[in-house]
Design a protein around this ligand. Structure first.
Ligand SMILES: Cc1cc2nc3c(=O)[nH]c(=O)nc-3n(C[C@H](O)[C@H](O)[C@H](O)COP(=O)(O)OP(=O)(O)OC[C@H]3O[C@@H](n4cnc5c(N)ncnc54)[C@H](O)[C@@H]3O)c2cc1C
Length: 443
């Protein structure tokens, strides 16, 4: 088969590797808009502080490795602009030479990811205004962060905004964060995001909430961010207001789109058109708790979906069983983690729920009180099945959220959570883990 993949990062290259490892005799051609393949976008914010020393460290496999070691024909600087489903061909442009190309496929995978949103704010083309998605993006930001850049304004209090803020503070920049909502970190419930807000303020981040950005001022370079409330002087700006799936070029093809304009896929990563698959940030994910398609663009999902797509493309039937909405963020001294539904999401899905929140500690109280954590569980009002969890704390948040994500995936209820056989020794736990302490209060 002639297999064509559009997009050479997490989803696309996971699929390519599965094809190589599980089947023989195919021609695999990958068209990638950028210059690199298979790199860890998630590590980009840490380049700012030097926690990640070089962008080279983020690259898992280069185009040369894919070509020479695995026989995958990776063509970087190639943008696909059109898919002709009737004649099974993709059309595009070689961005280096300007030449147009056409490539036939028997099976096609769309793994084009998502692009950062930069609304049509006035003055958005001024120098010193950035978004963060790729290695060239972080390189441009790093080049710009000279001594003269003292104040950086971040628009958007989501996870990318928070991670970048921390890394800018680490290198001595003054950071202002503007968000049009009433709080930052809105994937958490309000009483949990309050704690994140307090940490932001404690670390010197100036928060400007309820402010909607309208544009920028400056002659050639940005000098101020203009909102509906004020004008904020600044030396540089990072816009981190979300992403949108790279699916625009598919308009008119008949490939069905769903939530947030992401490509609608079934459990085999098949789209509405025969022999065309999609995976990663450009596709929908089946949400196990909502029991419907959703769009939560994360690396964990992209790698899994890419893998499943690759296997199905070569007829090794494999199902993607869906997501539960798990994520984790380091924010200065805090770890913020969640899985499943927030209260807002449960309300939107008309799911009757109750909550229980406890303050506990990572280790046994008599051993150390240094790692407090707040743990909140959402559970179904009638069945008492777990619906979601949020944890904010220090050490040990990561293990608890993964226990809860596993419990959620396996549809466990509060009684089963209480009965879990979890590890115990004073430096790591209480004899009843905070998860069990919370679950047992549901009586
Ligand atoms: C700063 C940052 C931090 C993150 N942190 C985390 C984290 O901690 N945990 C987590 O799970 N996720 C994180 N993510 C999200 C994660 O990186 C993405 O979900 C993941 O990269 C998606 O993989 P993908 O292959 O679907 O898309 P992408 O990685 O976006 O790859 C798509 C590729 O397709 C190419 N492309 C697009 N259109 C075309 C076209 N028409 N023709 C040819 N090529 C095209 C693009 O150039 C791109 O290389 C983070 C993202 C960012 C930006």
């Amino acid at each position: 088969m002639d297999i064509v993949i559009i997009g050479g990062d997490a989803a696309g290259m996971s699929a390519a590797m599965q094809i190589v490892r599980n089947s023989e005799g195919h021609t695999i051609t990958v068209f990638e808009h950028g210059e690199v393949t298979s790199y860890g976008q998630c590590g980009l914010p840490y380049v700012i502080s030097g926690d990640v020393e070089s962008t080279d460290d983020l690259i898992a496999r280069s185009p040369e490795t894919f070509r020479e070691k695995y026989g995958i024909d990776v063509r970087t600087k190639h943008e696909v602009t059109q898919v002709d489903c009737d004649h099974k061909r993709v059309h595009g442009k070689n961005l280096e030479t300007g030449e147009e190309f056409e490539q036939k496929y028997d099976r096609l995978l769309i793994a084009t990811g998502a692009a950062p949103i930069l609304p049509p704010w006035e003055g958005r083309d001024l120098e010193g205004i950035f978004t963060l998605k790729t290695i060239p993006d972080i390189e441009a930001i790093m080049e710009d962060l000279t001594e003269d850049v003292k104040h950086v304004t971040i628009i958007g209090g989501g996870y990318i905004g928070l991670e970048v803020a921390e890394n800018l503070i680490k290198i001595g920049k003054k950071v202002k964060m503007i968000d049009r909502g009433d709080r930052i970190a809105k994937i958490f419930d309000p009483e949990m995001s309050d704690k994140i807000q307090k940490e932001a303020e404690r670390q010197g981040i100036e928060l400007c909430l309820h402010e909607s950005v309208e544009g920028f001022k400056g002659t050639s370079r940005v000098e101020a961010v203009v909102t509906d409330q004020a004008e904020h002087q600044t030396d540089a700006v990072l816009a981190a207001v979300g992403v949108t799936p790279n699916t625009f070029f598919l308009n008119g093809t008949g490939i069905a789109k769903g939530v947030a304009d992401a490509i609608q896929v079934n459990a085999f990563m098949e789209t509405s058109i025969l022999d065309i698959y999609a995976a990663g940030d450009c596709a929908t994910q089946f949400h196990r708790i909502k029991q419907r398609a959703d769009h939560i663009p994360l690396g964990t999902h992209a790698n899994k979906q890419g893998r499943v797509a690759g296997l199905n493309i070569v007829n090794k039937r494999k199902v993607f069983n869906g997501i539960v909405g798990t994520s984790i963020i380091k924010f200065f001294d805090l770890t913020l983690a969640r899985t499943g539904l927030s209260e807002k999401e449960a309300k939107n899905e008309y799911i009757p729920y109750k909550t229980i929140t406890i303050d506990s500690t990572h280790a046994a109280g008599y051993y150390s009180k240094e790692d407090p954590m707040t743990l909140k569980l959402l559970y179904h009002e009638k069945s008492e099945k777990l619906l979601g969890a949020q944890i904010i704390g220090h050490r040990g948040v990561d293990k608890r959220i993964d226990v809860l994500a596993t419990a959620l995936y396996n549809e466990m209820d509060m009684e089963q959570l209480e009965e879990l056989d979890l590890s115990y020794s004073p430096p790591y736990n209480s004899v009843w883990d905070p998860i069990q302490q919370a679950a047992r209060r549901v009586k």
